[in-house]
Design a protein around this ligand. Structure first.
Ligand code: PMP
Length: 389
């Protein structure tokens, strides 16, 4: 527990839950996009058709049929694998916990992007790792900086990356860098954890093959999730890895929670069989693309020129960078919340080592068009007025 700290972000998110506040803080998917009728149908059918099996314990690695279906989808995305390479997880988040438990002892180095997903740091921290944070630019993790970092960190255990539309920056790792990352992992003999829950929420351009598709030595662990493409309350995600690693992760999964909900796995498996999840994903992609365009257009129109923002090709977030010395947490508490009624996530908390205070993560996923325009415009006006004051 000495490593488990309540984060400042909690208090800010509590403020963001106030209905009078326009919050761009949370990273939730838009609940109006959950395919409710279809989910109702598959849950009903799972109980009516085969309820005794759907409510019984099952194998700890997860429903064999769902693992088979996931393996087929992964193969279509360039990852050759079978059901024995798949472990069903309680969301991708559980994969972060289990992988750290499997590989990391106190003091071992975990290499992350700088900044990185806060939920990963929270999952890794109880293992008491040391972190090494690698610089990023618009093409994701900088491979020269990664190489230098690995040279300086002999015995590092794990490289953690969110290669597609990263949380928090929205940035995507380029094709060349994905290949280079695998090359470096091979050379320095460590495991890569490729965490990609936003992969299928792509708005433009062709998908870049997963890092796992370049893995020749069985050292990449891929994490996927149904949270953003179906619904996060199902708590279903998956890992794809070598049979050896899946076996070890399966033992840790058994110890942690025995298995995922048999009923939820049966319902999702039936969903994949009966309905066209790709058509569903295509329709939610359109809606998020529209919200992203609206938010970025409003930022462009109303923000001062010295605020930079990323232009994500997918996912749910953009990342703002203010001039050096501007403290986004203080600005939110003193001005954005009380004066503009706007919340975002101050960026400092996403940095594993030296926290940079001049960034913010803003999400366009859950708010209506009206609130996006109204909230971002109010924030822009406030920033401009302060700039001119
Ligand atoms: N990884 C990243 C980068 C995320 O943004 C999230 C969700 N916010 C997760 C993992 C975990 O998602 P879940 O457990 O719902 O699959």
């Amino acid at each position: 527990m000495s490593q488990v700290k309540p984060s400042a972000i909690r208090e800010l998110l509590r403020l963001g839950a106030d209905p009078s506040i326009m919050s761009f803080g949370g990273g939730y998917p838009d609940a109006s996009l959950f395919p409710l009728e279809q989910l109702e149908a598959v849950f009903r059918a799972s109980i009516a058709g085969n309820g005794r099996e759907a409510l019984q314990y099952t194998v700890s690695n997860g429903s064999p049929k769902l693992r088979e279906q996931i393996a087929t989808r992964m193969a279509r995305d360039g990852i050759a694998c079978g059901a024995d390479n798949v472990l069903i997880l309680q969301g991708g988040q559980q994969g972060l916990d289990l992988v750290a438990k499997m590989l990391v002892d106190k003091g071992d180095v975990i290499v992350t992007e700088n900044p990185t997903f806060l939920g990963a740091l929270i999952a890794f921290n109880p293992c008491e790792p040391r972190y090494a944070a690698v610089r990023m630019d618009d093409d994701g993790m900088d491979m020269d900086d990664l190489e230098r970092t690995l040279e300086r960190s002999p015995g590092a255990k794990l490289i953690y990356t969110v290669p597609d539309f990263q949380n928090p920056t929205g940035v995507t790792l380029s094709l060349e860098r994905r290949k280079k990352l695998v090359e470096l992992a091979n050379r320095f003999d460590l495991v890569v954890l490729e965490d990609t829950p936003y992969r299928e929420i792509r708005y433009q351009g062709e998908p870049i093959p997963p890092i796992k598709s370049f893995d020749t030595e069985g050292r990449v662990i891929y994490l996927g999730s149904f949270s953003k493409i179906l619904a996060p309350g199902l708590r279903l995600g998956w890992a794809v890895a070598s049979e050896e690693l899946i076996q070890q992760l399966g033992l840790l999964k058994l110890a942690a929670d025995t298995q995922c909900s048999t009923l939820n796995m049966a319902a999702v498996s039936l969903f994949l069989e009966k309905y066209d999840i790709d058509a569903h994903i295509a329709s939610i992609r359109q809606i998020y693309r529209h919200k992203k365009d609206l938010m970025l257009d409003t930022i462009r129109r109303t923000f001062p020129q010295d605020v930079a923002f990323t232009e994500p090709s997918g996912g749910l977030f953009t990342w703002l960078t203010f001039p050096e010395g501007f403290d986004t947490a203080r600005f939110m508490a003193d001005h954005a919340l009380p004066e503009a009624k706007v919340a975002y996530v101050p960026g400092a908390t996403f940095f594993p080592l030296e926290q940079e205070v001049n960034h913010a993560r803003v999400s366009y996923s859950t708010q209506t068009d009206e609130v996006i325009v109204q909230g971002i415009t109010a924030l822009g006006k406030l920033l401009t007025a302060r700039r001119n004051a």
